[in-house]
Design a protein around this ligand. Structure first.
Ligand SMILES: Cc1cc2nc3c(=O)[nH]c(=O)nc-3n(C[C@H](O)[C@H](O)[C@H](O)COP(=O)(O)OP(=O)(O)OC[C@H]3O[C@@H](n4cnc5c(N)ncnc54)[C@H](O)[C@@H]3O)c2cc1C
Ligand code: FES
Length: 258
């Protein structure tokens, strides 16, 4: 898939919670075809010690408006600088990067997201709803209600189930403790998950034990994002591969991490 490097105009920077914000970006040229699970590399200017581009999943796409959005959780200096971005600023972006989720699916589908791992799930839910006539179940977890940004948007495409570690919204506990995964997951023909590695390992274990197809999107540290620096390798049944070019989405049967 051809990658492009473009200066994209920031149409909106919306603060969603104390640590999440959403950037809506507009391209001057028609958007390339974008698929759920793919990511972009954003250049962050004028910040000490932030030399490398930062990777973010494509959160949502609007081809009519020629825009797409990023859902970003504050983590360090790069994301903090991006949170100061103003309407009318331009961001230099390389995209689309990485391999998307498998999109030729049918039956009941479960999407699971934790932390900033919920970012690619909105685009995935929209894609399944619009193109496959599938309204997936969407299970989202965070530390507290404040870590669950813009949940209503997901409700447009499927049933939404929530967990919080402090019990402030939805079921109290970790997303991987939810009944949908622990007791009912055999009804699903595919699980898609994105979030912290411990969460992905538990979900991969459940999928393998119950013989359910499962794809996870890894958030390994990245530098170049194009397969040149080898800093993002992950151990698979085919040996070490770059997460940025062979992933970030992997079928759990291919990964050696569970
Ligand atoms: C393919 C991919 C897609 C991603 N999509 C999103 C997204 O949609 N929204 C979002 O908010 N974040 C996403 N991330 C994570 C995001 O790239 C990092 O949070 C960001 O690069 C941190 O930059 P920083 O300069 O703010 O913090 P840094 O100073 O670089 O890091 C701050 C802290 O976060 C840790 N950290 C940095 N990068 C990662 C990472 N990739 N995974 C786990 N911990 C990390 C560091 O070890 C450090 O402890 C994604 C990462 C990858 C690889
Ligand atoms: S980030 Fe450089 S090879 Fe993957």
């Amino acid at each position: 898939m051809k990658k492009t490097i473009q200066d994209l105009k920031v149409l909106r920077n919306k603060k969603l919670t104390s640590d999440f914000f959403e950037l809506e970006l507009k391209a001057a040229e028609p958007l390339p075809e974008l698929y759920p699970g793919q990511f972009v590399q954003v250049l962050i200017d004028n910040v000490r010690n932030v030399f490398l581009r930062r990777p973010f999943s494509i959160h949502d796409v609007n081809y009519q408006q020629n825009t797409f959005s990023l859902l970003i959780k504050l983590a360090g200096p790069g994301t903090r600088q991006l949170s100061y971005t103003e309407e009318g600023d331009f961001l230099n972006i390389i995209y689309p990067l990485g391999k998307p989720f498998t999109l030729d699916v049918q039956g009941d589908i479960l999407l699971v997201g934790g932390g900033c791992g919920i970012a690619p799930l909105l685009f995935l839910a929209r894609y399944l709803y619009d193109n496959k006539n599938i309204a997936p179940d969407i299970l989202i977890g965070g530390k507290s209600a404040d870590n669950l940004p813009d949940i209503d948007k997901y409700k447009a495409f499927g049933r939404v189930f929530l967990t919080t570690e402090d019990g402030s919204l939805g079921m109290c506990g970790l997303v991987s403790d939810h009944t949908l995964l622990q007791k009912e997951c055999q009804k699903y023909s595919m699980l898609y998950a994105c979030g912290p590695e411990p969460m992905l390992k538990i979900i991969a274990g459940i999928a393998k034990e119950k013989l359910i197809e499962c794809e996870v999107s890894l958030e390994n540290l990245m530098a170049c994002g194009i397969g040149a620096c080898l800093c993002c390798v992950v151990d698979t049944v085919d040996g070490n591969v770059c997460t940025c070019t062979e992933g970030p989405v992997f079928n759990v049967k291919r990964l050696k991490f569970s």
